[in-house]
Every structure is written in structure tokens, then in C-alpha cells.
Design a protein around this ligand. Sequence first.
Ligand code: FES
Length: 187
Amino acid sequence: MSNVIPIKQVDLTNQPMVNFNEIVSYREVLSTKEIAAIEHECSLYEIRPAAAIDALQIVQNERRWISDESLYAIANMLGMSATELEGIATFYNLIYRHPVGEHVIHLCDSISCWLHDYQTIADHLRKTLKIEFGQTTQDGKITLLPNVCLGCCDKAPALMLDGELIESLNIELIDSLVKRLNGVDNG
Ligand code: FES
């Protein structure tokens, strides 16, 4: 049986410019490991599209971000439209639709953190990393992103680094985090 599945045509009106309207086999895009992991997640749900977030995370874990090609392949594999999957991917701020660095810092910019010296921490991060929010350091190591409340308002200000929640931030803690990233990466 052919593994080639026609990608559904989508209405791109008012949609981001994703233009990959051709027949593609997800097996030509996704690795065996990715496909096996996604199939496992699908087996846990009644319908395949329910595994969308898991599938996006599986592919992102391997590739750091979700390219248009990956998005279409995953949608293809789950039997849903690329538009539906794009809506899910862009809703969750931990799914990256643009390339990111080896490490991603999400700094909370919601109310409790604002009231607990957010601006000092944000300014220090921007100055130390020499980037603005939404950018990646020149060496490709660290991406800095804003984030809505991380759910630990009693320990504001807070950030998430590669999925690890780091609370009660101060300048010294930021400096040690950045050193840790560079130290680990420099071996
Ligand atoms: S406002 Fe920053 S953790 Fe809630």
C-alpha cells in the first residue's frame, strides 16, 4: 500500500504564508523514531488528531522547531488539515514555529512578575545576552522569549529555561544561569 497521502488543500486566506500544497509522504519527512513515537501517542487516544500536541513536541524535541514541512507531515500523519494543526501549534507558546537556539528562556512578563522587579531582570538579560526578546544570540545558543504567567506568582519573578521553572530571580541568579549555559556548552 502506498504511504503517499494527499495533503488536504487549505484556504490560506488570512492564514500565515504556509505554502506547501503538494503530495508528500510523511514517511519522507519524519524519521522512523519520530513516526514510532507519534504512533504510540495516537494509540492512547480515540482519534489521531488528539495526539497533535504530543506529535508536535516529539518532532520539536528532535529538530528544535516545527518547520512548515514538519507541520504538514505531522498533519498528514494525524489525518487533519495543516490549518487545524497550525492553529494548535501557534496557540501553545512552547511550540516553536521559527528556529530557536540550543536553549530557550521564557521570561514571565505577567502582573506578579511585573510587580517584582521584572524590568530589572528583563533589562539584565537583554544586556547580558546582547539580544532583544524574540531573538537568538549570535552563537545560536540562547533564545529569549516573553511568556505569560508561569503559575508561580508567589515566587516572582520567574522564567522557564528549557522547560525548567526557575523562580525568585535576581541578577546573581541570572548571571549564574547564563554562565551555566555557556559553561556546559563549552564543555
Ligand atoms: S505573573 Fe509571573 S509567574 Fe505568575
